[in-house]
Design a protein around this ligand. Structure first.
Ligand code: ADP
Length: 281
């Protein structure tokens, strides 16, 4: 799936703001974990591509949306999957009315328009896909389009951002060193409790004590290591539980639906998680 965020429409490099404009309502809320916004901005100014590592639901996508808005850049997001080919990113000839017409892929559109291109879960994509990123991700900053013979030079406003979740990886699915060494890396974890409380309160509109309980629950669940969980409770799940509460669902029911049953299909594991919930909530 891929979407272009229409609200970020400044397209020319001349339109780049010299300063951050956080007062404008169009910047999505993002609570910082610690210095990542400044680092991202330096990378943007230096035209360096960024790799964001971290577990699912810890704020990677929201961070990129926030930074794109802060920097006044359009954002083009691609969720990578194991069938995603280089042509899906770069483009292809389509046949219509007896003619073949070239159709830019999302990466090419991002280069042409000086957007931020965010490839989410990039290790899911096929190997040939990451190779097309190489000339864009080093100091050449070009995109060769073999099919049309074009060599597109990326304008200063273009930025490549990729993310992946190291937790899921196996040996077959990690980034090649030749790819990863072209990016500066930001390592995300779940936010510190005070930050996570603010996120839950703000995103779900719940009272501070509810956010406090949910974050405390998350701390306890994240300490569990001996259960068969692929991943533990994310900030996203806490926000979902809190939204149910804001809508009138009781806290234990919300935790069951948004946390326990969302995390596991295994009855024993669910019982162990439910025990932690009833100890904390
Ligand atoms: P990821 O891309 O890491 O899987 P997301 O960025 O989609 O995670 O975050 C999931 C949800 O959690 C967001 O929609 C938002 O509600 C909330 N969230 C997580 N971290 C933050 C944060 N630092 N600031 C604001 N909201 C956050």
């Amino acid at each position: 799936m891929e979407f272009t965020s229409a609200r970020h429409v400044a397209d020319t490099v001349a339109a780049l703001p010299a300063r951050l404009d956080l007062a404008s309502g169009s910047v999505p809320f993002y609570a910082e974990q610690g210095g990542e916004a400044a680092l991202f901005e330096h990378a943007f100014r230096q035209r360096l591509p960024v790799l964001i590592k971290g577990p699912t639901g810890c704020g990677k996508t929201r961070f990129v949306e926030h930074m794109a808005a802060r920097l006044g850049r359009p954002l083009i997001t691609v969720s990578c999957h194991d069938d995603l080919s280089a042509a899906d990113l770069v483009g292809r000839h389509l046949i219509g009315d007896g003619n073949t017409v070239w159709n830019d892929g999302p990466l090419t559109r991002a280069v042409r328009s000086g957007a931020i291109c965010y490839l989410d879960e990039v290790v899911e994509a096929r190997k040939d896909t990451t190779v097309v990123l190489h000339p864009l991700a080093d100091d050449r900053r070009v995109l060769p389009i073999e099919r049309t013979g074009e060599l597109l030079a990326a304008p200063p406003g273009f930025m490549l951002v990729i993310s992946y979740n190291p937790g899921y990886q196996n040996l077959l699915k990690s980034l090649k060193p030749s790819t990863r060494q072209r990016f500066i890396a930001l390592n995300f974890g779940y936010p510190a409790p005070a930050v996570e409380r603010t996120i839950v309160e703000t995103e779900a509109g719940v009272a501070a004590p509810v956010a406090q309980q949910l974050v405390q629950l998350a701390e306890s669940l994240r300490r569990l290591t001996d259960h068969d969980l692929e991943e533990t409770v994310s900030t996203r799940l806490l926000v979902m539980a809190a939204r149910l509460v804001a809508s009138g669902v009781s806290l234990p029911t919300a935790c069951r639906a948004a946390i326990v049953d969302a995390l596991t299909d295994d009855a024993d594991t669910a019982a162990a998680l439910a025990e932690v919930v009833s100890a904390v909530i």
